[in-house]
Design a protein around this ligand. Structure first.
Ligand code: GTP
Ligand code: MG
Length: 197
């Protein structure tokens, strides 16, 4: 898919204030600092569209971007940010879970997982929760430029194996690097398929 335009629309914490759910929507979620905002910039080839930072906890709101005037990409705050208060964590849980379960035009949730690590409980638990809710998701392994392809493949295989304890079928996965702009075409192709199907 060719990205002709990618524009910021709005930021929200209140599900009631989101753009009218008339266009297909795709959300990026995952642990703080996993690379959600960076991958959105790599997909759209627009540096600085979504705000990124070396410090975890940069994205705090539900951010909508409109692509080609036809569909929404959504950048979400990360989970598992250690330095946040209990109150903040509870707030996050509330508004993100409300968004994910109530957003009727949400076609797919991309769960980003850091490809450098062995399966982390927080990511596995989150996928389990999505499965329980019957929400459609796919796995996106990030930062593949940081280690060898062999190491990445090992971590991907371990993560899929962990999910297989709970799921009969594990959703598709993508291996990406925002740094190298790798895996972005595959994600856009999948989105294109859903949008035109
Ligand atoms: P929060 O908004 O805090 O939840 O973080 P996020 O998931 O949006 O992460 P963000 O995109 O801000 O990236 C976090 C850090 O990781 C930044 O320093 C990025 O430059 C770096 N980063 C993201 N993706 C990649 C990647 O593919 N390769 C490398 N080497 N670094 C990356
Ligand atoms: Mg972010």
């Amino acid at each position: 898919m060719i990205i002709k335009s990618a524009e910021f629309v709005c930021s929200n914490t209140d599900v009631k204030l989101l753009p009218a759910p008339q266009l297909p929507e795709y959300a990026f979620i995952g642990r703080s600092n996993v690379g959600k905002s960076s991958l959105i910039n790599a997909l759209t080839r627009k540096k600085g569209l979504a705000k990124t930072s070396q410090k975890p906890g940069k994205t705090q709101l539900i951010n909508h971007f409109i692509i080609n005037g036809e569909w929404y990409l959504v950048d979400l705050p990360g989970y598992g940010f250690a330095q946040t208060s209990k109150k903040n964590k509870a707030e996050w849980e509330k508004f993100i879970r409300a968004y994910l379960t109530k957003r009727e035009n949400l076609q797919c949730i991309f769960v980003l997982i850091d490809s450098r690590h062995e399966p982390q409980k927080i990511d596995v638990d989150f996928c389990y929760w999505l499965g329980e809710q019957g929400l459609p998701f796919q796995l996106v392994f990030t930062k593949a430029d940081k280690q060898s392809a062999v190491k990445t493949d090992q971590n991907v295989a371990k993560f899929r194996k962990t999910l297989l304890k709970w799921f009969e079928e594990v959703p598709a996965h993508f291996i990406t690097s925002a740094e190298m702009k790798a895996g972005t075409e595959e994600i856009l192709q999948m989105i294109h398929g859903v949008n035109s199907g």
